[in-house]
Design a protein around this ligand. Structure first.
Ligand code: CU
Length: 137
């Protein structure tokens, strides 16, 4: 009986699903522990999805995010090509490919607590204002 149960947990897909479920539950517990009124929590951040809009020469995105796996839905609303680089302590940890004007890209990063800088690495765009400092709590 117990051997059958063990076997049923073996397929990797099932294990991944179980892992995701446990992660979701623990995140839920974490959110509950961190507390505060639920209305104060950004819905996009809660779902692990964050919208980022780039243009000449700006990056519009939240200045505070919650630690954990986060998917950035990046939209280039400008006409020039942009990208989005995620850096922590001066080290690049993730980056989208170059996104043509009007294009979109998706980038999933496991954020840790601390300070991150999000910027565009194309030409001198960063110096022209495409840089955002984000606090991850
Ligand atoms: Cu750019």
């Amino acid at each position: 009986m117990s051997a059958d149960f063990g076997k049923s947990l073996r397929p990797p897909l099932l294990r991944r699903r179980l892992g995701s479920l446990l992660l979701a539950v623990s995140l839920g517990v974490l959110v509950a522990l961190v507390g505060g009124p639920a209305a104060a929590v950004d819905d996009e951040t809660l779902a692990g999805q964050v919208s980022v809009t780039e243009a000449e020469f700006s990056i519009a995105m939240p200045r505070t995010l919650t630690a954990g796996s986060t998917t950035f839905a990046v939209r280039n609303a400008g006409s020039a090509t942009h990208d989005l680089v995620v850096s922590q302590n001066g080290r690049n940890v993730a980056a989208t490919p170059a996104i043509p004007g009007g294009g979109r890209a998706s980038l999933t990063v496991t954020l840790q607590r601390g300070t991150y800088v999000f910027y565009c690495s194309i030409d001198n765009h960063r110096a022209m204002g495409m840089e955002v400092t984000v606090s991850v709590t």
